[in-house]
Write a protein that binds this ligand. Structure first.
Ligand SMILES: Cc1cc2nc3c(=O)[nH]c(=O)nc-3n(C[C@H](O)[C@H](O)[C@H](O)COP(=O)(O)OP(=O)(O)OC[C@H]3O[C@@H](n4cnc5c(N)ncnc54)[C@H](O)[C@@H]3O)c2cc1C
Length: 500
């Protein structure tokens, strides 16, 4: 808590946003310590990024899968608050109006919250801060859920980092983050509560058409996050490498949606790797800690390059000849619903639809397939992920897609086109992942599971596969995808040279 420590008795509002937990919650702890009464509030602001459907713009309203998650996470948070004699006040609308109105209604003398490192949200925060201060109410933003603030991590020349490895080295040198703090035992309640909507009035669940299958895969909320972390530390961390690259193995933490909604902090995860009995950091966790570094790097990048969600970070990609017109919508749809005819790609897209999550290795493969083999704009992929991922996160999603498309600062070189067949053979060698998500291929011999079009007629018949009927033929010629991608790249380079 770097902010001013001057206590101020009276009523404080704790404004919950993407910090839906009670433990390691700086704003809540400080409010409980310094104020007589604490009013927790959540404001659903759907218009913050509402330009849905407009490409190349800042159109990132809450996605369908996220809405489902948010509903359940808020429900859990409200319950935990009630267990401590408090509750969550639900409001709907522009926080710039809602928060000052709540201050007026409750006579609160302070509003406390955590920063979110996204330019649009930071812009809203600045405005609220001014409005509150003008009204004589303390505005107390606290540092958000990062190991270190994005402005604190700088290269030798004082500029933001563009490449991960030096960024990570510099971050590690800054030392461990603060120890996580326990939840407050009791949260002092006001004598009279302000009006609140019912959570159901947000209609968050109604948007997730596929909520039933997502619900089988997840337990949103702080308790669910802690259970996942424990299970990971006890059962999976020791085998994170090599298991983390095999999508059929449950070898990763699946903490991403919990981290996105702030049900657990990166500080809590980091410190869970310290084994007091061994007197320090357990080195088995190092590769995992590095992944948290990628999360940190994505936030650092978004903070310093706020245009990244809509424009390529490498300017030369402005000239990239993305496919236009005929056939795009057919191919995009085939990709979205897992019917491209490439089993690993289709398995990933079906896993996403069914569970709201996709394994990282497969995210890279489906991303590469969309932007390179199909040459469809990376924003189409980013927006589909945005709507269907429970962990949809502006920083991580943007960096993931800019990486896949080759247009991010620290991206895969464009000419590195993932071959979905080879990736399948390498990372799903038994075909287990494909068989799980594409049951219509489950009788196909392993030799053909990642390339059914290579199977002789007799084998297809034995496996009851009719290409083009029970499972699609490849949407793009397997021999041509890479070639066409590289041609497009050359065109971009030529048009760049001539426009100079
Ligand atoms: C095209 C594409 C889009 C992506 N979109 C998102 C997204 O919207 N939200 C999201 O959280 N991640 C995204 N990722 C990154 C990564 O795939 C997920 O974070 C990871 O699969 C989540 O599963 P996990 O929690 O089991 O990961 P673990 O392997 O257990 O890693 C632990 C945590 O480290 C962080 N992390 C891991 N890999 C990355 C990475 N490459 N970049 C940034 N942070 C990382 C995440 O917070 C993750 O929860 C995307 C990757 C790609 C290639």
């Amino acid at each position: 808590m770097a902010e001013s420590m001057t206590p101020g008795r009276g009523t404080a509002i704790v404004w919950f946003r993407r910090d839906l937990r009670l433990s390691d919650h700086y704003a809540l702890l400080r409010a409980c310590r310094d104020y007589d009464r604490v009013i927790p509030v959540f404001v659903l602001f759907e218009d913050a990024f509402s330009q849905r459907g407009k490409k190349n713009s800042d159109s990132w309203p809450l996605g369908g899968a996220q809405r489902w998650w948010l509903h359940h996470s808020l429900k859990q948070l409200d319950k935990s608050l009630q267990d401590r004699g408090s509750k969550l006040i639900f409001r709907h609308g522009d926080p710039l109006q809602e928060i000052p109105a709540l201050v007026k209604q409750t006579g609160a003398s302070a509003v406390l919250w955590h920063r979110i490192y996204e330019a649009q949200i930071a812009g809203i925060d600045d405005k609220i801060l001014k409005v509150l201060e003008a009204a004589g109410c303390k505005a107390l933003p606290h540092r958000g859920d990062l190991l270190h603030e994005p402005d604190a991590v700088k290269s030798g020349g004082g500029t933001p980092f563009k490449v991960f490895t030096p960024f990570w080295r510099s971050l590690v040198k800054m030392g461990a983050p603060a120890e996580p703090k326990a939840a407050p035992g009791k949260i002092p309640a006001p004598a009279n509560w302000p009006k609140s909507l019912d959570l159901r009035d947000f209609h968050l669940e109604a948007h997730a058409k596929w909520a039933f299958s997502i619900a089988e895969a997840w337990v949103p909320g702080e308790a669910g996050a802690k259970t996942r972390l424990r299970a990971f530390n006890d059962e999976k961390a020791a085998r994170y490498v090599p298991d983390r690259d095999i999508p059929s193995i449950n070898g990763v933490s699946r903490l991403s949606p919990h981290l996105h909604f702030g049900e657990i902090t990166v500080r809590q995860i980091w410190h869970s790797f310290h084994d007091a009995t061994k007197g320090g950091f357990d080195l088995r966790f190092e590769p995992y800690r590095r992944q948290l570094g990628w999360r940190e790097f994505a936030r650092h990048s978004l903070w310093h390059f706020p245009d990244a969600p809509r424009a390529p970070m490498r300017a030369e990609f402005e000239q990239f000849p993305w496919r236009k017109g005929g056939g795009i919508s057919h191919d995009l749809k085939a990709w979205q619903v897992g019917l491209t005819g490439y089993p690993l790609v289709d398995a990933g897209m079906r896993e996403l639809w069914k569970t709201g999550w996709m394994h990282n290795r497969v995210r890279m493969v489906v991303g590469s397939f969309l932007v390179k083999n199909l040459r469809i704009h990376w924003l189409e992929g980013a927006q589909w992920f945005w709507d269907t991922l429970v962990d949809a996160d502006l920083a991580n999603n943007t960096m993931g897609w800019q990486w896949a498309a080759g247009c991010g600062f620290d991206a895969a070189p464009y000419f590195r086109v993932f071959n979905p067949v080879l990736q399948g053979k390498r990372f799903d060698p038994e075909g287990l992942y494909v068989k799980k998500w594409i049951p219509e291929l489950k009788h196909l011999p392993l030799k053909y599971i990642h390339a059914p079009w290579e199977a002789p007629e007799a084998e297809l018949a034995r496996a009851r596969v009719i290409l083009g009927e029970t499972y699609p033929k490849p949407v793009v010629d397997p021999a041509k995808g890479r070639e066409l991608a590289l041609e497009a790249y050359e065109t971009m380079k030529i048009s760049r040279k001539t426009s100079k």
